[in-house]
Design a binder for this molecule. Sequence first.
Ligand code: PMP
Length: 363
Amino acid sequence: MDRGISWRPGLERIAPYQPGKPIEEVERELGISNAVKLASNENPLGPSPRVREALRRAAGAVHRYPDGACFGLRAALSRRLGVKPGELLLGNGSNELLVLLGQAYLRPGDEVLTSRQTFVVYEMVALLANAKLVAVPLRNYAYDLDALRRAVTPRTRLIFIANPNNPTGTAVEPRELRAFVDRVPGRCLVVLDEAYFEYMDPAFQADTLSWVRKRSNLVVLRTFSKAYALAGLRVGYGVAHASVAQAIERVREPFNVNHLAQAGAVAALADPAHMRRAVSLAKRERKRVSRALADLGCEVAPSQANFVFARVPRGDGRACYGRVLRLGVILRPMPGPYVRITLGTKAENDKMLSAMKAVVAVL
Ligand code: PMP
């Protein structure tokens, strides 16, 4: 049988990324309508009206290549964050920046240090570069910074820290994070992935952008996909020493952030009140949903993000996911007895909670 031309060695070890199930697919398969998707940590409120208007206006120019330098978006972010334009990294989602950092910094045999039960793309980045993934266990659902520090070796090159963590939603104490960053050897690049930064309570929001000013081996990544509700446009950004930004310039595609994405992101930045509404909703709902799930017998990790991670009382996460799916609610099953649930609107969460109540009773 013709199995096709052989792959590059190592590629078979990379599992394709599994996205959350699309609503349309679930409705088609189950013959239902009004399914609720709480599987991809998206923003349930949708984009700002300013973004919609900016996209309408930008649509007429999509026959041209986008601005490869992202001049307008770079300037707006630079003003908002108080960093120099040359200290910004822009990507097709922060996901692309993770991959580009791997391309720019990893040599075969280098070690990529992170945690177990964290964002799966970190492992992909390591495997793509033929680097070795070193993943230390979580402690109480959270990154264990002491274990991470002990796992640093002379071969460690990249350290990925998701803060808050995906899938568990937990955040680390700013003081502990600062102590960790201060003790990392200068040859290791620390990537603080703050995709859910806006959702953290102020006590957890470390002033990481100011840390970058004093350290050339630190990158802070954020995204427009979550609090700014632009997941479908794909825009992420990073703040780092100018030399990191220059390295990314060498490995990125010429037009990696598309025209609509740039226009949408600039408009989203101009409507911070819309972003704050989404964040307030998520904070309110994570308290309510966490408590309600605990009342159903689930163990719920303390979340600082727009989703919660729950251990179902019996059975496994996949069984729970399958049964809840039949009731029109899409969650994300996790290995073992866990599910990850994105916080939706109050009505969506109510629908999810009643489905979970019915399912947990028969697991
Ligand atoms: N980092 C973390 C921790 C995430 O959960 C995600 C999204 N699932 C990303 C990065 C990538 O987000 P995006 O590419 O949409 O910016």
